[in-house]
Design a protein around this ligand. Structure first.
Ligand code: ZN
Length: 240
């Protein structure tokens, strides 16, 4: 089994399609999504439809949750708020029912998926250092867990202590646990504009984070044509 694990698609259809094409070229057998299908980008409905078509396991992200609420968006920053108001107006009842149905945490075969953290998955806090990762590891009952939310790929390993790796690939060892941020498909924020996703090769017990070029100009044009804030198009090329 070879799993392609992606998330934080954020309605960027061009990036999502490029990741799926790469996963096919890499001979992945399964697809898994760690949430935030919508928000920011111009193709929320198309990205939901593509996830549904794949029929893959999915967990809920904070934007997937926000998109189906009718509550005020006061808490969000202005960019996120404008994008979310636009996104809410696009979705139909079936899209909303689908996003609502998503769970916060799921186990897929021998690994776990969650959007933000395992210790408080519905609070949408961020894992930005090894101490945050340690809190999540306390609730991790499989050797391997994949997550997203920060839009920055990172591999944390728990042996005697918890440490982040420098590398973007790891061979799994017995007695160790791995909490792996797969980065963002549709809006990377680590200074690299290319889409990020992970391949978990279960037969060889290896995880690799891949970076993929996509048609960024089309994604940016669509954001501007939709009347979304131009900054959302601009930030894609900055990778932040
Ligand atoms: Zn996100």
């Amino acid at each position: 089994m070879k799993y392609a694990i992606f998330g934080d698609i954020h309605a960027n259809l061009e990036a999502f399609q490029a990741v799926l094409e790469d996963a096919a070229a890499q001979e992945c057998t399964d697809r898994v999504c760690v949430g935030d299908i919508v928000g920011y980008g111009a193709n929320p409905r198309e990205c939901i439809a593509l996830v549904q078509e794949l029929g893959c396991p999915v967990v809920k992200g904070n934007h997937d949750e926000e998109a189906v609420l009718e509550t005020s968006l006061e808490g969000l920053n202005p960019l996120a708020r404008q994008a979310m108001e636009w996104t809410r107006a696009q979705l139909d009842n079936d899209d909303r029912a689908f996003l609502k149905s998503l769970k916060l945490v799921r186990q897929v075969r021998d690994f776990t998926i969650v959007h933000a953290t395992l210790d408080t998955p519905g609070s949408w806090t961020y894992v930005t250092n090894k101490f945050d990762a340690m809190a999540s590891f306390s609730y991790q009952f499989t050797q391997l867990c994949f997550y997203g939310h920060t839009h920055t790929p990172r591999i944390y390993v728990k042996g005697d202590s918890v440490e982040p790796l420098e590398e973007m690939e790891v061979r799994l060892e017995m007695g160790r646990k791995y909490f792996i941020n797969i980065g963002s498909t549709g809006q990377p924020r680590d200074g690299d504009w290319r889409s990020s996703y992970a391949i978990y090769d279960a037969d060889n017990q290896e995880v690799t984070i891949r970076r993929i070029d996509y048609d960024i100009e089309t994604a940016q044009d669509k954001i501007i044509d939709a009347g979304l804030p131009e900054m959302l198009a601009h930030r894609l090329s900055l990778g932040k």
